[in-house]
Design a protein around this ligand. Structure first.
Ligand code: RIB
Ligand code: CA
Length: 326
């Protein structure tokens, strides 16, 4: 029985890879919906990208809904240097003509989960700032019982990438992240500790770019921009952070992790957006709080990650090779 999932994203080059991984895994995953939130780029741009990606990847049947323009406090801080002005680097996807199912992701998600069968459950897969997820939990608190787990890209037990302390998704909306991490819902944290180990080499990007297949070529174009960006210009591996969430669901054997209590630093602190990770049980022992036993991934099998990722891109090429989805 395929696993019900909902992807909340800000495409975003690595978000595009996550959507592709899900599109190539519909034997294991039932994609109930895709929602967008301002993050890598403005909400308008990431929503246009999500619509075009869903047509391009053969997800025309999956509803796409538009979420929060930006974080609960403050404004979106687009990562133009990493994802480009459009959010997908130099890649220009065809306009599949797909329309939004709703301009209000939180309402649509809440109603969709409410209407699930009594015994049905859903896994939320946020690969962006957690604004929509926090608003969902605050607006529809009763849907928690139908959320099996949250497998999110975000956070770091070590250093950050947006600041020395904070990873971009958490840093963009720490208040929302604190609400999600304190929700009591089982969380798998695909943070920088594991996602920095997961990506493709320059040579693999060049192979995709040189392909005559529209799907491979498009992802090669996205990665080419990534490799030419200040973040990856001098590096051999381009981290495809968001893809880890989906591959954790389809191929969990790729990863290892441990249970930790994760506390999100919010408010005006210099370490705003930091995820402080302590071995599970330590917070309770110190009397700080009950702790939240988050499964924090910290190890990945890179060769196998690359093999499976490229195999899924191959599968999409075969299935959707006309670049217009099936
Ligand atoms: O820190 C990496 C995360 O921030 C990824 O989700 C990437 O898409 C950006 O949103
Ligand atoms: Ca993202």
């Amino acid at each position: 029985m395929p696993l019900n999932i909902w992807i909340d994203c800000d495409p975003g080059i690595d978000d595009a890879f996550a959507l592709a991984m899900a599109a190539a895994s519909r034997d294991k995953l039932r994609i109930c919906g895709i929602s967008t939130v301002g993050g890598n780029q403005t909400c308008r741009k990431v929503t246009e990208n999500a619509l075009r990606l869903s047509s391009f990847l053969g997800l025309a049947d999956v509803p796409v809904v538009k979420g929060a323009e930006g974080p609960i406090l403050g404004d979106v801080k687009p990562a133009d240097d990493v994802h480009g002005d459009t959010g997908l680097g130099n890649c220009r996807l065809p306009d599949g003509g797909k329309e939004l199912a709703s301009e209000n992701a939180v309402l649509y998600m809440g109603r969709s989960i409410e209407n699930m069968g009594e015994d049905e459950r859903i896994t939320l897969v946020p690969t962006a700032p957690l604004t929509n997820i926090a608003l969902l939990l605050k607006t529809f608190p009763h849907v928690k019982e139908k959320i099996q787990q949250i497998v999110l890209m975000g956070g770091s037990a070590g250093s950050g990438n947006a600041t020395p302390y904070a990873e971009f998704n958490i840093w963009t909306d720490p208040e929302a992240a604190a609400i999600v991490f304190q929700s009591g819902i089982p969380i798998v944290m695909c943070g920088l500790d594991v996602t920095r180990q997961c990506g493709l080499f320059r040579s693999q990007m060049e192979e995709l770019l040189e392909s005559r297949g529209p799907v491979k070529h498009a992802f090669g174009e996205m990665l080419e921009f990534y490799f030419n960006s200040p973040s990856y210009k001098k590096r051999s591996l381009a981290c495809i952070h968001d893809a880890v969430t989906i591959l954790y669901l389809t191929d969990p054997q790729l990863f290892q992790g441990s249970y930790m209590d994760v506390e999100v630093v919010w408010g005006k602190a210099e370490e705003r957006g930091r995820t402080v990770c302590r071995p599970s049980g330590q917070m309770a022992a110190a009397g700080i709080s009950a702790g939240n036993r988050v499964f924090v991934l910290n190890q990945a099998d890179l060769p196998e990650f690359q093999r499976i990722l490229l195999e899924k891109i191959d599968r999409l090429e075969d299935k959707n090779g006309n670049g217009k989805g099936v």
